[in-house]
Ligand binder design. Structure first.
Ligand code: PLP
Length: 428
């Protein structure tokens, strides 16, 4: 018996009944007794990803090295083929996107390629809520260039510790020593979506290059990176793109930066016919593909072949529409069905400021997340008091969201259910 109102539960059933993406859920593996709501951390396995991965393993077994040229889809062409699909997903021309490396390595690659401290402009603008890996990369890179990582990182602060104000970011751009801004599309904790076109325009008006970390937006909403004139972007593909644990990351490089020598160069920075041509360094530094460095990680690209097909079949507009409906459903449930239970919402309530997940705040969030996971509701906890719920528009149903809310309400209204209260909770 759910503790939620009959009308709210009915709303979930009604939404599922008219959901045009509902049939896609069949394409993924679902486990009995598990309500998986963590599409922003590790997307679920699709049957298509499983078969593209198994196909490559079979080719390795039977063809060995000939797989590079003789596979059903020769491994040599995978990067180009899948990168063109990724370009479509982020709103770029085919040669402006590439799948390679990991998100963090790609940030290093882009800094190495585009950060040119000169003419009194040697600072990078970022913010205080940044994902740790991005901050470490920025600091590390500044240090590598012989620049003081503290003095040369302009860190925009957050008033509430959860969200950023675009006006404050733009004010910080007036520092004339800033050469580059590196910001997120969606903040990984609160799920706030920043106004990328606005920030891009503001940066360019001040002669600043701007790039975005799309980890929490790629695959769950449309982007028009070329149209917006963004300089660069980087992302992972194991979150809403369902590429599997540690799947290959991505880069977007605006055409205007083609021809720049890659900061992290390698034989795959050169065109295929020139990779072995010897000692002349980098015969042609071309488009985004020049940023891939070395041999493509075929086993970590393989699941993407299957997964990207599903995203493209669904279409980014339809995905965003369903995602917003799901997050709205969660927000409405939290606001109307859980009064007096100590739950607050950290995610902006306006749809245009919201990414693909909803973050909730609770004083004992660590234990709440732990008990939820033990009961099969897979969400995650971010210290000290935040829980993220991330429905995948391809995989989840509205009833999954209702069921998670029902479970949260049950835990919070059952005395002693958060039994570890007061003790140091283990991070689940
Ligand atoms: C997931 C995530 C990362 C992870 O980077 P990897 O190099 O793939 O480990 C980085 N930044 C943000 C904002 C993320 O959400």
């Amino acid at each position: 018996m759910s503790l939620l109102s009959e009308s709210f539960l009915q709303r979930a059933n009604n939404a599922d009944a008219v959901d045009p993406l509902a049939p896609l859920a069949e394409k993924f593996y679902r486990r009995e007794g598990v309500n998986y709501l963590l599409g922003n951390s590790l997307g679920p396995l699709s049957k298509a990803s499983e078969s593209s991965l198994l196909r490559v393993i079979e080719e390795w077994k039977t063809l060995g090295v000939r797989g590079w040229e003789a596979g059903a889809e020769p491994w040599f062409i995978w990067t180009e083929k899948l990168s063109a699909q990724i370009a479509q997903i982020v709103g770029a021309a085919p040669e402006e996107a590439v799948l390679a490396n990991s998100l963090t390595v790609n940030l290093h690659q882009l800094l190495g390629t585009l950060f040119k401290p000169a003419g009194g402009r040697q600072k990078i603008l970022t913010h205080e809520l940044t994902f740790p890996s991005d901050r470490y990369a920025l600091q590390g890179h500044l240090g590598m260039r012989g620049l003081d990582p503290v003095k040369n990182l302009v860190t925009v602060s957050s008033e509430d510790g959860l969200t950023l104000d675009e006006d404050v970011i733009i004010e910080s751009m007036s520092d004339r020593e800033v050469q580059m801004a590196v910001l997120p599309s969606v903040l990984y904790r609160s799920g706030q979506l920043l106004d990328l076109p606005l920030l891009t325009e503001a940066a360019h008006e001040r002669g600043i290059l701007i790039g975005f970390d799309l980890a929490h937006s790629v695959g769950v909403m449309p982007h028009q990176l070329s149209e917006w004139g963004v300089d660069f972007a980087f992302f992972c593909t194991y979150k809403f793109l369902n590429g599997g644990p540690g799947s290959v990351g991505g880069i977007y490089l605006n055409k205007r930066h083609f021809g720049k020598a890659p900061g992290l160069a390698g034989w795959f920075s050169a065109a295929p016919e020139k990779r072995f041509t010897g000692h002349e360094f980098l015969p042609d530094c071309g488009n985004a593909l020049a940023l891939q460095t070395g041999t493509p990680a075929i086993l970590s690209l393989a699941p993407l072949e299957g997964a990207l097909g599903i995203t493209l079949e669904a279409g980014l507009e339809g995905i965003r529409e369903k995602s917003l409906k799901m997050t709205q459903f969660l927000i409405d449930g939290l606001q109307n069905e859980m009064k007096g239970l100590g739950v607050a919402i950290a995610t902006p309530l306006e749809p245009e400021r919201r990414g693909g997940h909803v973050a909730i705040l609770h004083d004992d969030a660590a234990n709440l997340a732990k008990v939820l996971r033990e009961s099969g509701v897979i969400v995650d906890f971010r210290a000290p008091n935040l829980i993220r719920i991330a429905p995948s528009p391809l995989f989840n149903r509205f009833v999954d969201c209702a069921s998670a809310l029902g479970q949260i309400k049950k835990i919070l209204t059952t005395e002693g259910c958060l039994g570890l209260q007061g003790e140091t909770a283990l991070v689940p």
